[in-house]
Design a protein around this ligand. Structure first.
Ligand SMILES: Cc1cc2nc3c(=O)[nH]c(=O)nc-3n(C[C@H](O)[C@H](O)[C@H](O)COP(=O)(O)OP(=O)(O)OC[C@H]3O[C@@H](n4cnc5c(N)ncnc54)[C@H](O)[C@@H]3O)c2cc1C
Length: 241
């Protein structure tokens, strides 16, 4: 018997498990999928959590729900891969031999890489919405926020979903309008790119929308630091608050 091992039961790993369980001969192949989590998180839903459009239960489901019959799900943290010996090593010391390996462990945000980002203001006035925890903390903050400056800032490209920060800005505009406090919030979209989006035609259309919704745009902003004391983001030549 040959063994196919899939690392990560997120969107990619789950899709591979479902496709390959139909494609591979069951007499010849066994399929294992490994994830440290027990729940699957629907990441596009992180956009809607801060604005009370989705509840946590709308985007979290047991991983088991999506794993097809005949595929073995292992709930372990993967420590490393020994490619010379065809072995996956788990944090708990277990080892798993593979004939074919698919790596689908996804991408994680790295706020620590920007000076000051994970400082005193982390999850107080500085948030991410690219993690479940970040989106939830931001929801709690926005529920009680009385207005001020909202900066939607992209640290650097590439990011998982390049359009999500723009969608976030438009959702924020709509959310504050519904709460009848749009006039109390100044929204600014800050990007390291030279325009609102990666492609020129889309940038032109989106610029128009941003303007219409009174969302300011700050381009070519390469962040150097988050100044927690003064609640500012600083690049090498400009400061933004
Ligand atoms: C806010 C937001 C909006 C988005 N909107 C869209 C959209 O509209 N359309 C679209 O196509 N995409 C969108 N995306 C992107 C999409 O969600 C991701 O591209 C997709 O989830 C990536 O799937 P993945 O399987 O590669 O990684 P993930 O779904 O992140 O899965 C990786 C899995 O690996 C596991 N793992 C990682 N390391 C280990 C380890 N050491 N041990 C054990 N397990 C481990 C994790 O627990 C996780 O379950 C969005 C993303 C975000 C954040």
């Amino acid at each position: 018997m040959k063994r196919l091992v899939i690392l990560g039961a997120g969107t990619a790993g789950t899709m591979m498990a479902n496709h390959l369980s139909h494609e591979l001969d069951k007499e010849e192949w066994e399929i294992d999928i490994i994830d440290e989590r027990e729940e699957h998180y629907y990441q596009p839903g992180y956009l809607f959590l801060p604005f009370d459009i989705y509840e946590p239960q709308d985007i979290v489901e047991s991983i088991r729900e999506f794993i097809p019959k005949g595929v073995r799900l292992l709930n372990d943290k993967i420590e490393k891969v020994d490619a010379e010996k065809n072995l996956v090593l788990m944090e708990n010391g277990d080892r798993l031999h593979y004939d074919v390996l698919i790596i689908a462990t996804g991408a994680k945000i790295a706020p620590k890489e920007v000076q000051g980002m994970k400082g005193d203001e982390w999850h107080r006035s500085v948030f991410d919405f690219y993690t479940f925890e970040g989106a939830l903390m931001l929801r709690n903050k926005l529920r009680e926020w009385e207005g001020g400056k909202l900066v939607v800032h992209i640290t650097e490209m590439p990011i998982k979903c390049p359009v999500a920060p723009l969608e976030f800005s438009f959702l924020a505009d709509s959310y504050f309008k519904h709460k009848k406090m749009r006039d109390k919030v100044e929204i600014t979209y800050v990007t390291p790119l030279s325009g609102a989006f990666t492609k020129p035609k889309a940038t032109a259309a989106l610029d128009h929308l941003l303007h219409e919704k009174n969302i300011k745009v700050e381009t070519d902003f390469a962040i150097a630091e988050v100044d927690n004391e003064n609640k500012k983001i600083i690049d090498n030549i400009k400061t933004f608050l």
